[in-house]
Design a protein around this ligand. Structure first.
Ligand code: 3NM
Length: 204
């Protein structure tokens, strides 16, 4: 079991930014104090994704790769993040060994299954309304988050529509931290925004 030593988890979506800005944006955010980054660029070719992973790996933050155990291994990233219906964790370990493995969960049952399979953390959401997940219906809200955090012992990252005030509410509901895309990638003042998160989330 790997120790999760971060509370603020940046997840990427390069389409939110002007072309070719992702590497620079992630660099700035890690310099401002983001300690974990998930490269989630589902539409890139293997070669392009590997190239991006290698560029982002030079930052001080831990690097996770979404859904690609092979890239996690080849780029020697710190961990793999598996979608809910991706590899079972124990199968992914055949490729990534004892690197950190996280899994997305969209129900208590899925979170329990991920824990049972040996995941080191889960993301659970969407907690709040977020454009990218509207097609999946109503967001879960804090009560459902609390139900998950009370029933599993691995770290839970709340995701979906997160901002610094909401991050505090998620931690109060038992989350270890939050997964954030737009509120960090699009922040006008990254330093100020990261600092708001870090003080809302508290130390580990
Ligand atoms: N996964 P933002 S919600 C990638 O519920 C992702 O599993 C979610 O983006 C889940 O911080 C989400 O901009 C999008 O709301 C999060």
């Amino acid at each position: 079991m790997q120790k999760i030593d971060f509370r603020l988890y940046l997840i990427t979506d390069r389409h939110l930014l002007p072309p070719n800005m992702l590497v620079e944006r992630v660099k700035v955010l890690t310099e401002c104090g983001v300690k974990a980054v998930q490269l989630r660029e589902k539409d890139l070719s293997t070669r392009e994704l590997l190239n991006l992973a290698q560029q982002i790996k030079n930052n001080s933050a831990k690097l996770f790769i979404n859904d690609r155990a092979d890239i996690t291994y080849v780029a020697n990233a710190d961990g793999l993040h598996i979608p809910e219906h991706g590899f079972p964790v124990d199968e992914a370990r055949k490729i990534v060994g004892d690197k950190i493995i996280g899994k997305s969960a969209h129900s208590l049952e899925a979170a329990l299954r991920a824990e049972e399979e040996g995941a080191d953390y889960v993301t659970f959401g969407p907690i709040y309304d977020t454009q990218s997940k509207r097609k999946y219906g109503e967001p879960f809200g804090l009560d459902k988050l609390k139900e998950v955090t009370q029933n599993i012992s691995i770290s839970v990252f709340a995701i979906g529509g997160i901002n610094p005030e909401r991050a505090k509410d998620c931690v109060d509901a038992g989350a270890s931290g939050v997964g954030v895309i737009s509120d960090l990638l699009l922040a006008e003042n990254p330093e100020f925004q990261v600092s708001k998160y870090l003080s809302a989330l508290g130390s580990l």
